[in-house]
Design a protein around this ligand. Structure first.
Ligand SMILES: *Cc1c(COP(=O)(O)O)cnc(C)c1O
Length: 669
């Protein structure tokens, strides 16, 4: 493409709303915020032509890791609103907590995600870009993000509204395009935004279209619909957030002229896209429409399945729409179930791990034949640390093109007996751990002390406080086997009272600790987010994952860890159930009986804490045989396990995952 034509064509295809010319400074010549503009023009054209089967990917949230991957730069001054906040630390070294906080001088991650579901959507879209697939992603511009977690001394979590400035976020652009969603009693107008998700090589993009109701023409109530992700303090807000994504999403696709053949609903949240498309169709038309929809279910937990009463639906939706929901998603008289609705209108349904498929088969026997599974993955270019990339580069004859083909990591097995490789892996790990110690230097972390981390969303079934169940026991392991550093982090949904109680309990336990800090450090980090996730999953020695089986559909943080040679200590649930034949760490704990789901509130805390401590004791013992006061015993079984982690990472990544979606779900080749 010729230079002049390129920029002209961009502005023809993309109606940037730029009254003060600030975006014109970033989008000029051949560049879009210093990334190649050509990739955008190609993608925008492609979605408007009907030459290929284009996919629309719908998700409530996207965690794109913009702080650490494909960062846009520009002349935008990065104001404080778009920088990472300073986070507090709560530990049993209170003097440090009192005087210091964590500073991360970096751009805030695009704050339109809450946790694992969003990170998965982000990793998926990045992989689709790497594969140059014709895809448009649809989501919502959350004006106040999810929330910012503040610790309130030792009493738990105080959720705060977060502030950021979408008008000064590099790579994010407002469009002139507006669409209207008609509801009772009022219409809501949405402005469209775009963020371009580039491929690793910057030669392709996926446009991420974001919907925003925070505009003058809307009522105060309307403007709040896209304010905070997963606000659920009243049923209408919860319902209308989903309606915005679905109704708004399809209107946006039409407004932009994108021609879509497959609609992928990432979670039932997006189901209103079908309801909108069903308008005016007869029986035959509906059958054809169903062929275009596919649905991924992400949780077996009860709270993850949205239900709304028809009384409430009738208050905001038009009669034709409630009839569609009535026809396809009625659980019992008066009650709609969005999971059933999604399954009934989709031509392909999938669970996100093999175990999760088994659970769904028990939960929804009528759909058994149709529920497939595609195990989740993580996007290696995002989650592999530089030091590990560096060690693979030192062995090009084995790891060849590992950046575009992570499946080749399986060949790490060939280097099992290579002394340089074994030592190199440890060195790369120590490099990452040193960076963690540096970040937490005021808390005197030591890179030669065994470090375990539990960091994830605080939800009952994930059993956040299991490792703190008996602090006395932890202290004994530290005394008898070797010192311990325990790092913890996680947010509880602001409406989840039980989650609050957990954080409160964790902080309170740490507050009452009297153990010698040199032997046993417990450090709880405020405001767990992607940047902390990236740091922690790549740098600790052991990643702890102790959900109550079978309630973790997949889980992905452990996959980030194995990509960086971090061993697993886990119950057998989610993706881990597919990795128990690999020696990637140690497995422990309760298991649900085959063919039964069990009770999600019977947490088996006593027996599983006991097993956790037994397992931990062995891991700590092996660690100190491996790291002997800073000297490596390179023949240790620990290094064998690090290698097994890399071999497993060859499977648990989004390239393998998207290959399977192409074959089983989207049916494209
Ligand atoms: C990866 C990630 C998650 C998901 O972790 P799980 O293991 O699935 O619980 C959640 N939050 C953040 C910030 C992450 O990076």
């Amino acid at each position: 493409m010729e230079n002049g034509n390129l920029i002209e064509e961009f502005y023809k295809l993309v109606q940037v709303d730029d009254p003060d010319g600030r975006y014109a400074k970033e989008i000029k010549g051949e560049n879009y915020f210093n990334m190649p503009l050509e990739a955008i023009v190609k993608a925008e054209r492609r979605l408007r032509e009907e030459k290929e089967k284009c996919i629309a990917y719908f998700s409530m949230e996207y965690g794109l890791a913009t702080s650490c991957y494909n960062k846009f730069t520009g002349s935008f001054p990065l104001g404080p609103a778009n920088k990472m906040p300073e986070n507090a630390v709560f530990s049993n070294f209170r003097v440090a907590d009192y005087f210091f906080a964590l500073h991360q001088d970096n751009i805030l991650d695009l704050p339109i995600y809450s946790g694992g579901l969003g990170v998965l959507a982000g990793d998926t879209v990045k992989t689709m870009a790497d594969y140059k697939l014709p895809v448009a992603a649809l989501g919502i511009l959350w004006n106040s993000g999810y929330f910012r977690q503040k610790f309130w001394f030792k009493y738990g979590q105080a959720p705060e509204k977060m502030r950021w400035d979408p008008y000064a976020y590099p790579g994010l652009i407002p469009l002139k395009n507006r669409i209207k969603v008609s509801l009772k009693p009022e219409e809501v107008e949405l402005r469209l935004w775009k963020y371009y998700v580039y491929s690793r090589l910057h030669d392709a993009v996926i446009p991420l279209v974001l919907l925003d109701s925070n505009i003058e023409s809307n009522s105060e109530r309307g403007r709040l619909l896209t304010d905070q992700l997963y606000r659920s303090d009243n049923v209408f807000l919860k319902l209308l957030q989903r309606v915005m994504l679905g109704f708004g999403g399809v209107k946006a696709l039409d407004n932009l002229g994108y021609k879509i053949s497959t609609y992928h609903l990432n979670e039932g949240h997006a189901i209103f896209a079908f309801v909108a498309r069903a308008r005016g169709l007869d029986k035959e038309g509906l059958e054809d429409l169903k062929k275009k929809f596919v649905y991924t279910c992400h949780t077996p937990v009860e709270a993850g399945h949205d239900r709304f009463s028809f009384d409430d639906l009738n208050k905001v939706l038009n009669p034709e729409d409630t009839v569609t929901i009535e026809n396809f998603g009625k659980e019992r008289p008066g009650l709609a179930n969005l999971t059933l609705l999604s399954m009934n209108i989709s031509s392909a349904i999938n669970a996100v791990a093999h175990n999760h498929q088994k659970v769904m088969h028990i939960q929804f026997p009528a759909y058994k034949e149709r529920i497939q599974y595609v195990t989740n993955g993580v996007h290696p270019p995002t989650w592999m640390s530089e030091s590990f990339g560096g060690i693979f580069e030192k062995f090009p004859e084995v790891f060849k093109d590992f950046r575009s083909n992570p499946m080749i990591l399986a060949d790490a097995v060939k280097l099992k007996d290579n002394a340089d490789f074994r030592a190199g892996l440890w060195q790369a790990h120590q490099e990452n751990k040193t960076a963690l110690c540096k970040m937490l230097e005021k808390w005197k972390l030591d890179r030669d002390i065994f470090t375990v981390c539990w960091a994830r969303r605080i939800a009952a079934y994930k059993r956040p406080s299991l490792i703190l169940h008996d602090i006395g026991r932890l202290a004994r392991i530290a005394d008898e086997v070797g010192p311990l550093q325990v790092i913890m982090a996680g947010k509880a949904h602001p409406n989840d009272n039980l989650g609050f109680t957990y954080i409160n309990e964790m902080l309170d336990k740490v507050d009452r600790m009297t153990q010698n800090y040199d032997k046993l450090k417990i450090i709880v980090l405020e405001n767990y987010d992607i940047s902390l996730g990236k740091k922690l999953t790549s740098s600790v020695d052991v990643w702890l994952n102790n959900p109550l089986p079978p309630f973790e559909a997949s889980g992905t943080s452990g996959m980030k860890a194995i990509l960086n040679g971090v061993l697993q200590m886990s119950t057998v649930d989610g993706w881990v159930a597919e990795a128990t034949d690999k020696k990637i760490g140690a497995f422990f704990g309760y298991q649900n009986k085959e063919g039964q789901v069990g009770n999600e509130s019977d947490l088996h805390m006593n027996s599983d804490a006991e097993e956790l401590y037994g397992t931990l004791q062995k891991m700590v013992g092996l660690y100190y045989q491996t790291n002997q006061a800073g000297n490596l015993n390179a023949s240790s079984a620990w290094i064998d396990m690090m290698i097994e982690c890399l071999i497993a990472a060859a499977y648990f990544n989004t390239y393998r995952m998207v290959d399977q979606y192409k074959e089983k779900i989207w049916k494209i080749t």
